[in-house]
Design a protein around this ligand. Structure first.
Ligand code: NAI
Length: 296
């Protein structure tokens, strides 16, 4: 199936780190985007942040002022899920919780045209399970971007048991048109990247827990000697510990408690404290006043 035409309205649900980024990517590709968040003012704040960040790209001559104005003008706040009735693709990027996600898709089915593709940006939840019980499960697909979505090229296009081949192909080709490098993946817990990444985080957290070295030393080592772009501590601070911990728990449960995917107590402590990483200015590192000191 061909990629979606630019004239197709794209809906994005959740205006957090990922939803805002996905909305920006779709608007940059020429789509009109409807952005919804159940946090009051959440979608409007995300669009304001996108506008601010894109203004910096004008200064760096990546876009012209006019281009940015056009991109931002394609981003629209919507207040209710019913406002997605005219969308041809809806990408959900809300909290990593299957019940909450399923409730959203159930409402979308009653609102959207039956040809509208329903996609989840889930990091770990089974697309097969998300689709189960839907009236048209063939249109349910994973469209998994990476953080930050406007920069990271990879998109995992995930098929559950019921996903129609044409739907996965359409999402794959659309991601290509959006300047991404999509890969197909079957719906297994954590898909490809998040499955491989779990032991990377877990072993790094164990090193820290055993006080082998501090976070900055371990991150530097993983970068300089390991060749990773980011170490586990700075990367999970960027992802958000609430999100990353939920993903770990989901993968661990889905693999029947396989030790390789066991969540880390050090991370649970950060979540319990509300030290969620960059988004709360405190995680393994502190981000207050431009500070980046290891604190765990
Ligand atoms: P976030 O916490 O930054 O944003 C989530 C947003 O969803 C919040 O603004 C929240 O108000 C909104 N929300 C929650 N429940 C809602 C509901 N019922 N209806 C409407 N809006 C609702 O989370 P983030 O990081 O953007 O993650 C979102 C999804 O993307 C999760 O499924 C996560 O696993 C996945 N993901 C996260 C990545 C990351 O690096 N943070 C990378 C790739 C995927």
């Amino acid at each position: 199936m061909e990629a979606l035409d630019k004239s197709v309205v794209v809906g994005v649900i959740g205006a957090g780190a990922m939803g805002a980024g996905i909305a920006q990517v779709a608007a940059q590709a020429g789509h009109t985007v409807s952005l919804y968040d159940n946090r009051e003012g959440g979608a409007a704040a995300a669009i304001a942040t996108i506008a601010k960040q894109m203004a910096k790209l004008v200064e760096r001559k990546k876009f012209t002022d006019e281009e940015v104005q056009q991109i931002v003008s394609r981003l629209n706040v919507v207040e209710r899920l019913e406002d997605f009735a005219n969308a041809g693709l809806v990408v959900e990027a809300i909290v990593e919780n299957i019940d909450v996600k399923k409730a959203i898709f159930s409402t979308l089915e009653s609102v959207c045209d039956k040809r509208c593709i329903l996609a989840s940006n889930t990091s770990s939840i089974s697309i097969t399970r998300l689709a189960a019980g839907m009236q048209h499960p063939g249109r349910m697909v994973g469209m998994h971007f990476f953080n930050p979505a406007p920069i990271m090229k990879l998109v995992e296009v995930i098929s559950g048991l019921a996903t129609e081949d044409g739907v996965a192909k359409c999402v794959y080709n659309t991601a290509l048109n959006w300047g991404k490098k999509p890969v197909y993946a079957a719906s297994t817990p954590g898909f490809i990247v998040n499955r491989v990444a779990r032991p990377f985080y877990a072993e790094s957290f164990r090193l820290r827990q055993e006080q082998v070295a501090d976070c900055a030393t371990l991150d530097a080592l993983l970068r300089d000697a390991g060749g990773f772009r980011m170490g586990a501590f700075e990367l999970t601070d960027l992802i958000g510990h609430d999100v990353n911990y939920a993903v770990t728990c989901s993968v661990f449960d889905a693999y029947y408690g396989d030790f390789r995917f066991q969540p880390s107590l050090i991370q649970k402590e950060l979540v319990d404290a509300g030290y969620l990483g960059r988004k709360t200015s405190q995680g393994f590192y502190s981000y207050r006043d431009g500070d980046e000191k290891p604190t765990a």
